[in-house]
Write a protein that binds this ligand. Structure first.
Ligand SMILES: Nc1ncnc2c1ncn2[C@@H]1O[C@H](COP(=O)(O)OP(=O)(O)OP(=O)(O)O)[C@@H](O)[C@H]1O
Ligand SMILES: [Mg+2]
Length: 263
């Protein structure tokens, strides 16, 4: 991307984030319908490079819809600029090729294949062999269980496999949808520790219901409500105002990671 373009984009669309520099992803006026329902009503936000940005909001507010639209897995209107280039009209496989990796909400591992086979299928990317070493380092369980069928893994282990597959991609932007959903608290800790290691210096847009997890992993936050961005700023600022957090997410600092977070 020409540096001038990045600077112009940042100047036009909002301030340069203090540490992260010009945004790697700029989303403007994203509008999405699903069936009869109008889900996103002009959603606009930036994702800064080399940081983890949490995409938050109550159940059904459109977090997964946003990620699916960014991958062109759902039709949308509006403008998405990734790494300086508009994505309008760019199909899913080319968005992935340009450097957007995705860990879906429901994990989607190939259950009849072994752990190793699942990883091998994600290894067509340049440099994947070296990154496999990192994946095994971050998730040693995947090495220990490489001959086990993925379908027989626990939920947490399947989540690690799904994350491991995405980490084999030389991604410029990693979209991760609720990595701790449905996991026991002890497994959440394990996944969060691994994610912390795996996402150092990575650019991540992380959907997360568990506010405690979001706080541990993310520096920036975007909150969706009623189909628009209701709040954006730093994660620290978000959780500093308990009343606002409760209003936006239905869960506050005192109860974060509570009933709603531990679904
Ligand atoms: N296939 C579909 N057809 C029609 N409406 C859908 C479809 N999938 C989801 N929706 C609706 O779109 C809205 C947004 O759903 P989405 O899955 O994006 O929410 P979310 O914020 O990810 O929620 P959660 O926290 O529960 O994962 C919801 O009201 C949902 O009912
Ligand atoms: Mg969702």
């Amino acid at each position: 991307m020409p540096a001038d373009h990045a600077r112009t984009a940042a100047a036009t669309h909002g301030p340069d984030r203090s540490i992260g520099g010009a945004p790697i992803l700029e989303v403007r006026d994203l509008d999405v319908h699903r069936g009869e329902a109008h889900i996103l009503h002009g959603v606009s936000f930036d994702v800064a490079p080399n940081r983890v940005t949490a995409l938050l909001g109550r159940n059904g507010v459109g977090k997964t819809t946003t990620l699916l639209s960014l991958l062109a897995l759902l039709p949308s209107t509006g403008e998405v600029v990734f790494d300086g280039d508009p994505l309008s009209g760019v199909p899913t496989h080319l968005r992935v090729q340009r450097g957007i990796a995705y860990v879906p909400e429901d994990r989607e591992v190939f259950s009849q294949l072994t752990v190793e086979e699942n990883l091998r299928l994600a290894m067509s990317w340049e440099g994947a062999s070296e990154r496999l070493g990192l994946v095994h380092e971050v998730f040693p369980e995947l090495k220990r269980r490489e001959s086990q069928k993925a379908g027989s893994l626990s939920g947490g282990q399947q989540q690690m496999l799904s994350l491991g597959r995405a980490l084999l991609h030389p991604a410029k932007l990693l979209l991760i949808d609720e990595p701790t959903k449905g996991l026991a608290p002890i497994v959440i800790t394990e996944v969060v520790d691994a994610l912390q290691q795996a996402t150092t210096d990575a650019t991540v847009l992380l959907v997360e219901q568990n506010l405690r997890v979001a706080e541990e992993l993310a520096t920036d936050a975007i909150v969706l409500d009623e189909g628009v961005v209701a709040w954006s700023g730093t994660m620290d600022d978000l959780v500093a105002d308990d009343e606002r957090t409760r209003g936006l997410l239905g869960v506050g600092r005192a109860t974060r990671g509570g009933a709603e977070g531990q679904r």
